[in-house]
Design a protein around this ligand. Structure first.
Ligand code: GLV
Ligand code: MN
Ligand code: MN
Length: 422
């Protein structure tokens, strides 16, 4: 480990301990095929948080929670008055999710802090490990609610009325979570009620194929492309499928097909940079022998260029309305994250640490969004990517090797030691 910051702490990172913790977490919400379904603010989420809290308390970290349920584990600095270095990610998963997306960033943060403590490395600044609430947006859309509220990007009650499939609201479920953690110290909500961190660094699996394909160890993330989410509702009229002539129909499914075809044209990109996805469709009454009177579908649209994100995103409503033949549409935007470019400070620290440890790196953007996106206006921010098998994520087969995750945790340890001494 010659040349690396805090070599003793880097050496104290335990591949086995980190993997064992990940596998313990993976049992909470396990689904067939090695997957995990652990939606935010469920009993499973509460169990996973309790497990994390138990590890943190055993280690002597100070645990606190804010009004959005963001959970913090604090390792004290020699000067507790200095702004902390923040690291972490999220613990919720997609409904058909894997064992590493999000949770690894939290466990890696804990591993790094444990390694620093075991090696007796003191830093000037405190280091805080955070588990953000609802990054995935699978149960309550959109994602990144915890980090958005922390950063003051949206007021904290913005999503109180957002309902899940069973009609339970985010606001009520959050209250339940906070009540179940009444024994945990409450802290002010981010920069809305408190101060900005000194820096933020998030470790995450790549969720794409590049690092593995190029035989590399560490992605030095330089920024995140922009994302916009929309929900579209098309209304028509329900009729009997066997008796109603076509000319009398107002078939919402047929109108949806016209709308999606028109959107595919709008979003056509010969360079294959633009990302456009219709990922969820709900049909009413959802029977095979009735014409649909209502369809709701989601749009996930991403691009690294703000101008493209703005122009094409702003055209979505007009294009959908222009494509309909018989029905009416409402289009609601529910997430708008601008492309983010990281201050060079954290990427430079990540690259330096990885190279000092003899790891092969690639500077790259992130196609997935992350809580890190919302930290950019607050403080120098960065991310550490590790390879994942075939680039697969948001699926039970999501996988990174224990040694790849350990390499990421070692880089994180050195980066935290470096930043927390500035
Ligand atoms: C995050 O989960 C994303 O969809 O990019
Ligand atoms: Mn994630
Ligand atoms: Mn995800």
């Amino acid at each position: 480990m010659d040349g690396s910051v805090a070599p003793n702490a880097v050496a104290a990172v335990s591949q086995e301990r980190q993997w064992d913790r990940l596998m313990q977490m993976a049992k909470i919400g396990a689904i067939p095929g090695d997957g995990v379904n652990r939606a935010c603010l469920t009993d499973l989420d509460r169990q996973a948080r309790r497990l994390l809290i138990s590890w943190a308390e055993k280690l002597g970290l100070a645990v606190s929670v804010d009004a959005l349920g963001n959970l913090f584990l604090r390792h004290e600095g020699t000067d507790p008055t200095l702004a902390p270095v923040l690291t972490g990610s999220h613990m919720d998963t997609q409904p058909n999710g894997g064992r590493f997306d999000g949770i690894w960033g939290v466990i890696a943060g804990l591993e790094a802090v444990q390694a620093l403590r075991e090696a007796g490395v003191r830093t000037k600044r405190p280091i805080e490990v955070v588990a953000w609430t609802n990054e995935e947006g699978g149960r309550f859309a959109p994602g990144c609610m915890g980090s958005m509220a922390y950063a003051g990007f949206k007021p904290r009650d913005t999503w109180d009325g957002v309902a899940d499939n069973e009609g339970l609201t985010f606001g009520e479920e959050l209250k339940k979570l906070l009540a179940s953690e009444a024994d945990i110290a409450r802290r002010p909500l981010g920069v809305v009620e408190g101060a900005a961190p000194f820096a933020y660094v998030e470790a995450h699996i790549e969720q794409g194929p590049r690092l593995e394909a190029e035989g590399l160890d560490i992605g030095v993330v330089e920024g995140i492309q922009g994302s916009r989410w929309f929900i579209v509702e098309i209304t028509g009229k329900t009729d009997h499928a066997g008796t109603t002539p076509l000319k009398l129909r107002k078939d919402a499914v047929q109108d949806m097909l016209r709308a999606i075809a028109a959107l595919n044209e709008l979003m056509h990109d010969p360079d294959d940079v633009l990302r456009f996805t219709v990922g969820r469709i709900e049909v009413n009454p959802n029977t095979s022998n009735s014409v649909a009177d209502r369809v709701r579908f989601t749009i996930d649209f991403r691009h690294p260029d703000k101008a493209v994100l703005t122009e094409r995103g702003d055209a979505i409503e007009r294009v959908i309305k222009g494509a309909l033949k018989t029905g009416e549409a409402t289009v609601t935007e529910r997430f708008h994250a601008l492309p983010a470019t990281f201050d060079p400070m954290v990427p430079a620290a990540v690259e330096t640490a990885a190279k000092a440890q003899g790891l092969k790196t690639l500077r790259m953007p992130s196609g997935a969004f992350h809580d890190a996106q919302f930290m950019v206006p607050l403080c120098p921010t960065g991310m550490i990517f590790v390879p994942c098998r075939a680039g697969v994520s948001h699926h039970p087969s999501e996988y990174s090797e224990p040694h790849q995750l350990a390499a990421g945790a070692r880089v994180l340890t050195a980066v935290l030691a470096d930043l927390a001494n500035r």
